[in-house]
Design a protein around this ligand. Structure first.
Ligand SMILES: C[S@@+](CC[C@H](N)C(=O)[O-])C[C@H]1O[C@@H](n2cnc3c(N)ncnc32)[C@H](O)[C@@H]1O
Length: 252
């Protein structure tokens, strides 16, 4: 038996099709009844090796031809690194395990450094990040969704002008983040400082624009002030949410 949301399939096709027919090594966290491991084995073809990780010991019996199973907790970074050392490096990782944001974060942070160039890391069922039972919520800072936002910032760190916001490992290895309904896909590839060039000839003698550091046009200043008001309201809403969600967890 396989259990997947239907809208994942065209998304997977667009990201995973180039790996078909290659000697791909895939790790899926979350085995359940084993159907998705068989699906990946059939989809990627005879050169593929599929590894499943699950906390439930009974799924060990679902190992088979080109399907390996390791029993352990995805919240245990050491365990995941051992799996990667034994069966990896993995070209594709799919996290379909506990769906707890903290596990999603621990797992990707443990496995990302072990992944080779041109690999893909997928996290499924991110709607859990919006559910209180999973310690989620739109403005909860500890969710995987908030973690993704930080990675999007890291992706842009080459352009930073701020102290304390400098390129890090993510800046150098994360080539793209694709966020769909409930699925996020991370592309791993080495990145250098981006460059840009102009080519061709100007269409005008002078190009109008705003002087860096110069005064803003009154209409732009009004837009900026309006935005600042919205940001302040958002910060207040965030504080109210965190207090309410925290109180709900203390009660339960
Ligand atoms: C949604 S099911 C996996 C479904 C399967 N990938 C499929 O597509 O059919 C989630 C699985 O994650 C396992 N799981 C839950 N918590 C886990 C954890 N902390 N570490 C590893 N596996 C876990 C459960 O035992 C369950 O088998």
């Amino acid at each position: 038996m396989i259990h997947k949301w239907l809208h994942y399939f065209p998304i997977y096709e667009s990201h995973l099709e180039p790996y078909r027919g290659r000697d791909v090594r895939l790790l899926e966290i979350g085995v359940s009844h084993g159907g998705s491991l068989q699906m990946w084995r059939d989809y990627f073809g005879s050169g593929s090796t599929i590894v499943g990780v699950d906390v439930a010991p009974r799924v060990a019996e679902l190992a088979g031809d080109r399907i390996h199973i390791e029993i352990g907790d995805q919240g245990d970074a050491e365990f995941l690194r051992r799996v990667a050392a034994e069966h990896g490096p993995f070209d594709i990782v799919i996290d379909d395990g506990s769906h707890l944001p903290v596990h999603q974060i621990v797992s990707i942070e443990a496995l990302w450094p072990t992944l080779p160039e041109s690999s893909i890391y997928i996290v499924e069922d991110l709607h859990s990040n919006y559910w209180a039972a999973y310690q989620g919520g739109r403005h909860v800072e500890s969710t995987f969704m908030s973690w993704i936002t930080e990675r999007i910032h890291d992706l842009h760190a080459f352009h930073s002008e701020e102290d304390g916001f400098a390129p890090n490992e993510w800046t150098h290895t994360l080539n793209g983040v694709h966020v769909y309904d409930s699925v996020a896909i991370f592309d791993k590839a080495t990145r250098e400082v981006p460059e840009h060039r102009k080519t061709g000839w100007p269409s005008f003698d002078d190009v109008p624009g705003v002087e860096p550091g110069g005064p803003l046009e009154p209409s732009h200043q009004r837009q900026l002030d309006a935005l600042e008001g919205r940001r302040a309201r958002l910060r207040r809403a965030q504080r109210r949410w965190s207090t309410r969600v925290g109180a709900r967890f203390r009660r339960s």
